[in-house]
Write a protein that binds this ligand. Structure first.
Ligand SMILES: Nc1ncnc2c1ncn2[C@@H]1O[C@H](COP(=O)(O)OP(=O)(O)O)[C@@H](O)[C@H]1O
Ligand SMILES: [Mg+2]
Length: 219
């Protein structure tokens, strides 16, 4: 399968406000696509429709081989435990768990056997260069470090697609650049398709294609 996701004529309103007004695009396996546009233009809504967090009012969305228009809540939950991962602006780590435990929990939810988990967490911590912070609680980590734990967690179940919604939005420009470089390197290493919403022009360097959204439409 070379097509990783397809969005066709998606519309979505909140109350009387039409937030997505006929959005169509597709993305190939292992392709990296940037999504830029002013605040309020509908970028997060589009990502949420792709990840199954939200549902379009009309139009088709399929991702990693699943047609979300006909998928049950259970199918979508399974998809999010296997093929699709999300990374957000605020890292959403569990505050009472260490970096190591946050990543391990994700492996556990993905059904990875206990005997395998330790090795995998170690590999993921290495991949995001945080071996030395394994025992740290999120509140003792910098923003960039927290986002690296969140990325390790997002990689834990070996997804085919990562949907990243302003992953650098809460970081200074230096830390933000490091995160984009890391996503770039890991997506290439593990052949993961990635859709990144960002305001950083840097994204044009790591994405083969950049989409621009304005008032709920791709322009
Ligand atoms: N759950 C919601 N309920 C009502 N309005 C929403 C909701 N989510 C988003 N919106 C509105 O939809 C528009 C697009 O939001 P969003 O997709 O978050 O844009 P972006 O991510 O490009 O900043 C905004 O006007 C926002 O206020
Ligand atoms: Mg947004």
């Amino acid at each position: 399968m070379s097509e990783m996701c397809r969005v066709e004529d998606v519309h979505k309103s909140y109350g009387k406000t039409e937030v997505l007004r006929g959005v169509s695009f597709s993305m190939d396996a292992a392709e990296r696509v940037g999504l830029m546009g002013p605040s309020g233009s509908g970028k997060s809504t589009l990502l949420n429709c792709l990840s199954g967090i939200d549902r379009p009012d009309s139009g088709q969305v399929s991702i990693a081989g699943l047609d979300l228009s006909h998928a049950s809540t259970r199918d979508i939950a399974a998809l999010r435990r296997t093929d699709v991962s999300t990374v957000f602006q605020f890292f959403h780590l569990l505050p009472t768990l260490t970096a190591y435990e946050n990543i391990q929990l994700s492996l556990q939810l993905a059904g990875v056997k206990p005997a395998e988990r330790g090795e995998r967490v170690k590999e993921l911590l290495e991949a995001v260069q945080l071996e030395h912070r394994a025992a740290a609680l999120p509140e003792t980590l910098s923003g960039g470090e927290q986002q690296r734990v969140a990325i390790a967690r997002a990689l834990a179940h070996r997804p085919k697609v990562i949907l990243a919604d302003e992953p650098t939005g809460n970081l200074d420009s230096h830390a933000g650049m490091n995160i984009l470089n890391l996503l770039d390197e890991l997506a290439a290493r593990y052949r993961i398709a990635m859709l990144i919403v960002t305001h950083s022009e840097e994204v044009t360097r790591i994405c083969g294609r950049v989409l621009h959204m304005r008032d709920g439409q791709l322009v």
